[in-house]
Design a protein around this ligand. Structure first.
Ligand code: 6GU
Length: 248
């Protein structure tokens, strides 16, 4: 899978790509990345990428021509590609969208800056507009990095070893259970005895219970949409019976 980043701050994107899971995926040849400096496609000696807004007002607007030029310079990798405009006005990114995007052969991220981007870019160039949450960032670069990380780790082989991402928080619709490693006692706090018991069935049930307890407490909205088994319902009823979590 190929990822292209159109930005006026290529260094910001390159820094993110240089370490961690994404960097390993590039080394392994599982993904390829291309960072394009929009400024290289400005038509004037000053390499201008923004201008004052028609109609007046504060702030600057990203000009359409350099972005259009940058986009045309990006080769389309066979099959399926999507141009994604990162903006706080976009559709909210979540795990389901990550899976959807992971089906493409190429994702082209258009990182907006300043107060905004000329509306015609949105109209003519973007297949979809994506936001990573209800807060304002200074530009789309961090958002593109977030989306890239979440999508890349879904590509087969990117997560090494045997760990499956199907157990991750959100994949089953629930928050994950707590994790422990050595030592057995840290600052007076013991690892729950069940995890040392070697009883796999008991451990499985404990983890499911903690996952449900945590989700109920922190993200009851997720619980409403989760696929719950009969056992889950029993565990939840028991938790509610103990007054640990409120019944709806
Ligand atoms: Cl994608 N861009 C910007 N500038 N701010 C954001 C965002 C994107 N998502 C949330 N806030």
């Amino acid at each position: 899978m190929r990822f292209d980043f159109l930005t006026i701050f290529p260094g910001m994107v390159s820094a993110f790509l240089a370490e961690g899971v994404v960097a390993r995926a590039i080394e392994k040849g599982l993904i390829s990345v291309h960072v394009v400096n929009i400024r290289d496609f400005a038509g004037d000696p000053h390499r201008t990428t923004d201008d004052r807004p028609y109609g007046g007002g504060d702030g600057m607007v990203m000009k359409p021509e350099p972005i259009y030029g940058a986009l045309r310079s990006v080769g389309r990798e066979g099959g399926r590609s999507q141009v994604i405009l990162l903006s706080p006005q976009g559709e909210r990114f979540d795990q389901a969208m990550a899976w959807d995007l992971a089906r493409y052969d190429q994702l082209i991220f258009l990182c907006g800056r300043y107060e905004g981007i000329d509306e015609r870019v949105r109209l003519l160039c973007a297949d979809r507009e994506v936001s990573i949450g209800d807060y304002v960032l200074s530009g789309g670069e961090l958002a593109a990095a977030v989306v890239t990380d979440a999508v890349a780790r879904l590509i087969p082989g990117v997560l090494g070893g045997t760990r499956s991402n199907l157990e991750d928080t959100f994949e089953g619709g629930l928050l994950e259970y707590p994790h422990y490693t050595r030592p057995e006692v840290f600052m007076g706090h013991r690892v729950p005895a069940v995890l040392l018991s070697g009883n796999h069935e008991k451990i499985r049930r404990w983890r499911r219970t903690e996952s449900l307890r945590r989700t109920m407490k922190r993200r009851p909205d997720l619980l409403e949409r989760a696929h719950l088994t009969r056992e889950d319902e029993e565990i939840l009823a028991a938790l509610r019976g103990r007054g640990e979590v409120r019944a709806e």
